[in-house]
Write a protein that binds this ligand. Structure first.
Ligand SMILES: Cc1cc2nc3c(=O)[nH]c(=O)nc-3n(C[C@H](O)[C@H](O)[C@H](O)COP(=O)(O)OP(=O)(O)OC[C@H]3O[C@@H](n4cnc5c(N)ncnc54)[C@H](O)[C@@H]3O)c2cc1C
Ligand code: SF4
Length: 337
């Protein structure tokens, strides 16, 4: 029997899950609160480890949306359960009845201004990883002016108890190194530093990206946290760090500092949890029913998750989980018959 599935969040997870749910013969209704589909993917330029174009990936994801009802500029106002049916009232006034819900609401970028010591929002030449992706896409950012010395700071708002997040954000080591190489392509004479705690290059071909960064681009890796950023009289940044491998404090004058802001849970997760009874982890991301066999199921019957809504994930992991969630939903309907 054909069932309605409401998918909340039109990033890579929501789009891919909608397509698969349709392929299983059900009716996907996808809502996205922004004015366009694509989620964070739409903001990035090229992907690690191989530099695939995000535009091409997004075009191929959205090229086959037949049979999917989708709405942009649409958020959830309330969700109620009437027997086996979920009724969602949306911000544009529409009401949607669904036999199952899939949350693909993704993540938020850690607000870098919270780490005051790095000076984001205070010093002109301190930017975030997301700002740099935007620069790669548009070629415009008044804060980036032919930089001669560039620094990347890893783990901004991740692995940091003081920032309220103990967890690793998983994608930012690879993003930092990918971005450092892209900057060397644009500014071959620049000296580029990466300040890291330890490098988490876990994926296939990620190690090659790292070796290439050292051998081809001459990127300098400094093991240690940046402790303070200030500005000198010429408006250049003065970055203090401890090099824990040589056991000495260092100070470098730079023209651009890029903060690798981590993947944080959305603030709205708490409200969604109280509306639907799904569980949140200590970290604020949604908690699946179990972490081995039911990673796309919630603790509430008929409610599922996919993608970064349950924690930091890469795009291939996100897309795989979207397909797994579609299968789990189809299986749920078959059991319900
Ligand atoms: C700087 C940076 C660079 C990255 N680069 C790479 C890379 O090169 N390769 C890679 O594999 N991964 C990369 N990633 C990770 C990648 O961005 C994620 O894997 C991917 O975006 C997760 O997709 P998602 O659909 O789960 O979430 P998102 O992309 O966050 O999409 C979620 C969508 O849901 C919408 N939404 C949220 N709440 C609601 C609501 N209540 N109602 C309606 N809509 C809602 C949001 O507006 C958004 O469009 C990077 C991450 C960062 C931070
Ligand atoms: S992926 Fe790297 S930069 Fe990101 S939190 Fe983990 S260790 Fe830090």
């Amino acid at each position: 029997m054909k069932r309605n599935v409401l998918i909340i969040g039109g990033g890579p997870a929501g789009i891919e899950a909608s397509r698969k749910i349709r392929d299983f013969g059900h009716t996907p209704i996808l809502i996205e609160k922004e004015s366009h589909l694509g989620g964070h993917l739409a903001k990035w330029h090229k992907l690690f480890p191989d530099g695939e174009s995000t535009e091409e990936l997004l075009n191929s994801l959205t090229s086959d949306m037949d049979g999917i009802k989708w709405f942009t500029d649409t958020d959830i106002v309330s969700i109620n359960k009437l027997k086996h049916l979920y009724v969602a009232i949306c911000s544009n006034g529409i009401s949607i009845q669904a036999d199952a819900l899939l949350f693909t609401t993704g993540f938020s970028l850690f607000p870098a201004e919270k780490k005051e010591e790095y000076g984001y929002g205070i010093y002109n030449h301190v930017i975030t990883n997301a700002d740099l992706e935007d620069f790669f896409n548009t070629g415009e950012d008044p804060r980036i002016k032919d930089p001669k010395v560039i620094g990347f700071v890893h783990c901004v708002g991740s692995r940091d108890e003081k920032a309220g997040n103990r967890q690793c954000s998983k994608v930012c080591c690879a993003t930092a190194i990918k971005q450092a190489c892209e900057m060397k392509e644009l500014y071959p004479d620049a000296t580029v530093y990466c300040f890291y705690m330890d490098l988490r290059m876990f994926g296939r071909k990620y190690e090659d990206l790292y070796l290439n960064a050292q051998r081809k681009y001459g990127i300098l890796f400094v093991r240690g946290r940046v402790s303070e950023v200030s500005e000198n009289i010429e408006g250049r940044l003065v970055v203090k760090a401890e090099d824990t491998l040589i056991g000495k404090p260092i100070r470098v004058t730079m023209d651009l500092l890029v903060l690798m802001a981590g993947m944080s849970p959305n603030d709205e997760n708490r409200e969604i949890a109280s509306m639907t009874g799904v569980h949140l982890g200590e970290d604020g991301f949604f908690m699946p029913r179990d972490m081995l066999f039911r990673t796309t199921e919630s603790h509430s019957k008929g409610i599922f998750f996919a993608g970064a809504a349950t924690g930091p994930k890469t795009i291939p992991e996100t897309l795989n989980e979207a397909r797994a969630a579609a299968m789990a939903i189809d299986h749920y309907f078959k059991q319900e018959v």
